[in-house]
Design a protein around this ligand. Structure first.
Ligand code: ADP
Length: 510
């Protein structure tokens, strides 16, 4: 095992990796930009190295500084987390060239899966079903039109180098093709420095179901089962769960075998994820492979009992996986909500501020993977994801009830967050029934975020909540030193409680 690992990341994922290192008895080295000098991941790591100024191009994206920091601190390996340099072939290669271990797949596997068109070619060659479409990038709008007419509209234009939903355009009719192609190309060029765009058939109303794989350097490649990530806004995941309500054991086995085949075809080692679209008929299509740890890995950890981050480190150190495929089956249900500094009532506008008060949920089956503390400054330099709230319970219904309870306990003051939005999703009938697909949230969004004008019958509950909040504020005594204050719940909490009371009394329908 390594003595020391450098963590080339920040926020919640850096802290997650610090925790894995500590449990393995490995010394962790954090890195930070000037904006993060007092961040929790820096405080919690055994050692910390300053990289540079706040912009990530001058800090977290500087491969040279990261490698120098690893060498200076005697680290033998670098964990890239997700985002930043995690899926950059050049970084994995530079780490290897510096005689350090990259905790992730070999650079060749990152390259093979790095381009969507190449990944599609590789998948097709391995007998993995892909969404109908091309494997070559488009020459011009005329070619796009010919292909689109062959598959039938709507089609999806996608950047070959794409990621994070960028460079994607749905095209519903031929007349829009030329302008959409221009727009997709421009966006791709800006985001990835590569304007190659190809076409896929646009699948209507599928679920996003992905398979976590884990492979060692001794030839074992396992599927850890599926996660459903259909609750998306602008192709970005907001809530994830494991298992999926749409996946029965036989489908789980077939999707798992397919993902393992795709990973093996790429010469994959370590943790990775194959993303699929699953249609209403139970057919699934490979989208892409993410060659890194995913944000949503905790839901898989909770239902399988396998610590993916610890295994990433152990696999990189040469350990053999001790599990057999037939021993891995989901136990219970796990749900994750991404807590972001975005204002749902305001079109999910990124919010900034200083976290003045933070009350974390606890109790049975609750996990908080966060990168913030009271006093943290939330700026615009980095991703708006502050933390992940994850719950585990015996059934999906129980997990939803637990998440709702945990969200009520969570209080973040000083910056707008997505917390109230998640509460409303947990209360939503369609979500509770599992009647979701990747377009579900966009259809439902206005009713889930429209807090400005509460329905008439709710007005009394709103006023009562405001009065209660005021009363709480007046009653609050300064906390004894060293004890966490029992904070005033945000107005949202009280409103939910009053709404429940009103429902019980028959004042409000629902
Ligand atoms: P990115 O790498 O930019 O995240 P993906 O290929 O993973 O792009 O797709 C992101 C999301 O876009 C998917 O989760 C799904 O919601 C949607 N999507 C992708 N391809 C299709 C398709 N062919 N039809 C319908 N929706 C799609």
């Amino acid at each position: 095992m390594f003595d020391t690992v450098l963590i080339a990341n920040r926020g919640e994922i850096a802290l997650r990796i610090v925790r894995a290192c500590r449990e393995l008895g490995v010394t962790s080295v954090a890195v930070y930009s000037d904006a993060d000098a007092h961040a929790p991941h820096v405080r919690e790591a055994d050692r910390a190295v300053r990289l540079g100024p706040a912009p990530s191009t001058e800090s977290y994206l500087r491969a040279d500084l990261l490698i120098a920091a690893a060498q200076r601190t005697g680290a033998q390996a670098i964990h890239p987390g997700y985002g930043f340099l995690a899926e950059r072939e050049h970084f994995a290669r530079a780490v290897r060239d510096a005689r350090l271990v990259f905790i992730g797949p070999p650079p060749e596997a990152i390259a093979a899966m790095g381009s969507k068109t190449e990944a599609r070619r590789l998948a097709i060659a391995a007998g993995v079903p892909v969404v109908p479409g091309t494997t070559e990038s488009l020459r011009d709008a005329r070619e796009a039109r010919e292909i689109a007419e062959r598959f039938g509209f709507p089609v999806l234009l996608k950047a070959a180098a794409g990621g994070g939903g960028k460079g994607m355009r749905v095209v519903r009719e031929a007349a829009d093709l030329a302008s959409s192609l221009d727009a997709a190309r421009r966006e791709a060029k800006n985001a990835f420095g590569d304007d190659a765009v190809y076409v896929e058939k646009y699948i209507s109303g599928p679920r996003h179901v992905e398979i976590q794989v884990l492979g060692d350097a001794h030839g074992t490649m396992l599927s850890l089962g599926e996660r459903e990530c259909s609750v998306q806004r602008r192709h970005q995941k907001m809530i994830e769960e494991a298992p999926s309500i749409a996946v029965a054991p036989d489908l789980r086995r077939r999707m798992g075998e397919t993902a393992v085949r795709a990973a093996q075809a790429a010469g994959y080692v370590n943790a990775g994820t194959c993303e699929f679209l699953l249609d209403a008929e139970g057919s699934f299509y490979f989208l892409e492979m993410n060659t890194r740890l995913q944000v949503e890995h905790p839901v898989t950890e909770l239902v399988t009992g396998i610590d993916i981050v610890q295994w990433q480190i152990r696999i990189a150190a040469g350990d053999k996986l001790p599990f057999r495929q037939d021993e891995i089956a989901p136990n219970g249900w796990a749900i994750e909500c991404r807590i972001t500094s975005e204002d749902p009532a305001n079109g999910f506008l990124p919010a900034t501020g200083r976290i003045s008060y933070l009350r974390l949920p606890g109790g049975p089956g609750v996990r908080w993977d966060g990168g913030i503390g009271a006093g943290s400054e939330v700026g615009l330099h980095y991703d708006p994801m502050l933390a992940k709230l994850i719950v585990h319970a015996p059934t999906r219904d129980a997990a939803i009830a637990r998440m709702h309870r945990a969200l009520l306990e969570l209080t973040i003051q000083g910056v707008e967050t997505s917390r109230d939005f998640h509460l409303r999703v947990m209360e939503d009938d369609e979500f509770r029934r599992g009647a979701i697909d990747i377009q579900w949230l966009e259809r439902r969004l206005s009713s889930l975020t429209n807090v400005a004008a509460p329905p008439e019958g709710e007005m009394a509950a709103v006023i009562a909540a405001a009065l209660l909040a005021e009363q709480e504020r007046l009653r609050r005594v300064p906390p004894a030193s060293g004890l966490a204050p029992n904070g005033t719940p945000a107005a949202g909490d009280d409103r939910a409680a009053w709404r429940l009371a009103a429902r019980r009394d028959g004042l409000v329908e629902g």
